[in-house]
Design a protein around this ligand. Structure first.
Ligand SMILES: [Mg+2]
Length: 235
């Protein structure tokens, strides 16, 4: 275990032994997003909530490997008045019952609210790190949108994009890995975890795993962004 690194903007962490966590975005990661015109939307009620087949088993494998599993989600429709907070809470209660998650951290704000928790800001991850004494540099952020990836990058996590081929731009700085399913993201994390344990000299924090089915390791140069602003995953 490593010590939790200090953060210049919080000044609170210096000597706490940190836990390793996997932060998971909600819509498009834990449950299916409702895709309209190439853009993802949250389920509007419990009836629309659908958990992909590979998700429960993948999360149980992560938990067995010792990772703390935490949801981190923006739900701005509550602030916009188009969704009830009770409905969001009912969806989260259902997810917590069905999946081995410790907690789901939520930002209910919209862009104009000036909060520090709405992704791409890393506030939700910092809240979780404080509550659970998490070592963010040994942790992962899995998301399906650029805001998830940027929040993970700002917090110092390894980032994995589940690419659902939405019509939107990604971050200027690409994610560390791109996959198509949560189960592939989990395999990537488990491979990195094994490599890290087996490594005795002072290796880089996360040696790259072998590129398996659907998993692509990104290099910083050249940029993986195509002219259309999309990241393509090789078959
Ligand atoms: Mg999402």
């Amino acid at each position: 275990m490593r010590k939790v690194p200090g953060f210049s903007d919080s000044g609170r962490r210096s000597s706490v032994v940190g836990r390793k966590a996997v932060f998971l975005d909600r819509d498009g990661v834990l449950n299916r997003a409702i895709v309209k015109n190439g853009k993802p939307h949250p389920p509007s009620n419990l009836e629309e909530l659908e958990i992909p087949e590979d998700v429960p088993q993948a999360l149980h494998a992560l938990k067995e490997a010792g990772f703390l599993l935490l949801g981190a989600t923006n739900q701005p429709d509550v602030s916009r008045g188009t969704q009830k907070r009770e409905t969001v809470e009912a969806i989260h209660a259902a997810l917590l019952k069905a999946l081995p998650l410790e907690e789901i951290f939520v930002c209910y704000h919209d862009d104009g609210d000036g909060c520090s928790c709405r992704k791409p800001l890393p506030g939700l991850l910092y809240q979780a790190a404080d509550r659970y004494a998490i070592d963010l540099s040994s942790s992962f952020m899995i998301g399906d949108r650029w805001k998830d990836i940027e929040a993970g990058q700002r917090a110092g996590c390894v980032t994995i994009l589940i690419d659902h081929q939405y019509v939107e731009q990604l971050t200027a700085r690409p994610p560390d890995y791109i996959v198509r399913l949560l189960s592939e993201a989990v395999n990537c994390i488990l491979n990195l975890n094994v490599l890290k344990k087996d490594s005795k000299a002072s290796p880089p924090p996360f040696p790259p795993p072998s590129e398996g089915e659907g998993v692509k390791k990104l290099n910083n140069s050249p940029s993986p962004l195509t002219g259309e602003g999309r990241v393509r995953v090789k078959n």
